[in-house]
Design a protein around this ligand. Sequence first.
Ligand SMILES: Cc1cc2nc3c(=O)[nH]c(=O)nc-3n(C[C@H](O)[C@H](O)[C@H](O)COP(=O)(O)OP(=O)(O)OC[C@H]3O[C@@H](n4cnc5c(N)ncnc54)[C@H](O)[C@@H]3O)c2cc1C
Length: 517
Amino acid sequence: MNRSEMYRRIQAHPDPWDMIVVGGGATGVGVALDAAARGYDVVLFEQSDFGKGTSSRSTKLVHGGVRYLEQGNVSLVMEALKERGLLLQNAPHLVRNLGFVVPNYDWWQAPFYGIGLKMYNLLAGKYGFGASRILSKEETLEKLPTIRTEGLRGGVIYFDGQFDDSRLLINLAATAAEQGAALLNYVRVAAVTKDTEGFVNGVVARDAETGKEFQLKARVVINATGPFSDEVRRLADPSADRMIAPSQGIHLVFDGSFIAGDSAIMVPHTSDGRVMFAIPWHGHTLVGTTDTPISEPSLEPVAMAQEIEFILHTASLYLGKKPGRQDVLSVFAGIRPLVRGSTAENTASLSRDHTIRIDKSGLLTICGGKWTTYRRMAEDCVNQAATLARLPDRPCMTYNLNIHGCHPNAERFGQLRAYGSDAPAIRDLQQDGRAEPLHPALPYCDAEVVWAAREEMARTVEDVLARRTRALFLNARAAIDMAPKVAALMAAELGRDRSWVDSQVRRFREVAANYLL
Ligand SMILES: Cc1cc2nc3c(=O)[nH]c(=O)nc-3n(C[C@H](O)[C@H](O)[C@H](O)COP(=O)(O)OP(=O)(O)OC[C@H]3O[C@@H](n4cnc5c(N)ncnc54)[C@H](O)[C@@H]3O)c2cc1C
């Protein structure tokens, strides 16, 4: 992926494009990939970096959603379980099978959750990740040696998927580019254009790096801006009603000792009626999440004090070693783009299904759903977009399409596993004296920074530390320490000067302050 090459593609393409996609999260990049793989001409604009929004801030689960089963939404769970299987098949370097233990402290919990989780596995059919089973107290402690033992009776284990969200997104963008899509980060859609009948027929886009503005025409414009969907709908119709009910969720990250072993904890009912997970992730422990309605979405949401206290308190009910504020290495918040329902009283009960809406102006909005189902969402969206744009029908091609980096045995690349088939190229870069870790607390090295700038369209220090590597999400203080070195390496790659380095480090420190307690 290369920004100049993307501009070249855009300049070489005569108007109109088949589709313009606004938003470079899981939904938008998924749509661009689906459209390009079918042979449609598609261009995508992301106002910030790919994944800057919700798509880098998830719980990192590729899952059917045990909770939705309890709500009786069997078809949603079945669809997501199938997508989980396809994602493991198409991106095995980024998705892994993980055991989740529901610890039982009451006699009725083992049979109750045991039956529910058997059903969960049953619904996955041939895409199953492994049979669930009831665990004795000893087996539970073997899987979760650091769990609170007082009152523990046993547990139930089931299997689900875990992934690295922003790495998958970058690999999806690379796959879309390989299929012919043009994708640009740091280009904001500032306005939409309309034909004489008032139908949306293009966009005005502004490059945040150069300030340059340009117009493109398309047969259909697809709004895939997640929590920001209403903002973009209002570009086409200032009186558009709200369809998004934004809800914030936060995670706390601790060192790996809080969950020794390689199983996760799933708490099916917290005191606010939600699910909470404590998951081993990149050698750390990730605990979340909350569900707090908010009035307006922001690109850099900040965890609220009561959310932090809630997670610390709930985690302390299940962990032998009680986590405190001083143990938090990073805290991050994300915004769920939930679709408003007329009857739902709280955001936790709003539908997690996706919605496609076509406004009177012809603007097509796709939102809701979840990371796990991005492929299916894209398939539905491109089907509808092609009809709306009067394009010839073409079959969806993503079912069995390998995602960039796909490698059946990526574990053999050790720390570079997440790069899959790109790992050997990064190893080559390491040969040039670029193998040293950038910080003793994290495994990332110089070669990964160079790779991100050269091959993955990283434009800022934050792109590298937050989304190409996961340093900011794992250990915010370490990430701040790494920033000057990362800025210097990037400046050499991108031809930037000393003042760029200084301003990048300053800006990164400002953003990273939100991830510190
Ligand atoms: C706390 C939390 C935990 C979650 N955990 C999971 C999980 O474990 N598993 C799972 O499957 N799902 C999970 N989800 C859901 C999943 O993360 C989201 O459904 C998904 O990431 C939404 O992606 P999106 O592309 O629709 O939105 P986003 O990722 O927010 O992307 C929208 C993009 O649009 C861009 N944009 C906005 N306006 C413009 C403009 N004018 N021009 C150009 N670009 C613009 C934004 O910058 C943004 O990058 C979780 C969600 C949250 C909040």
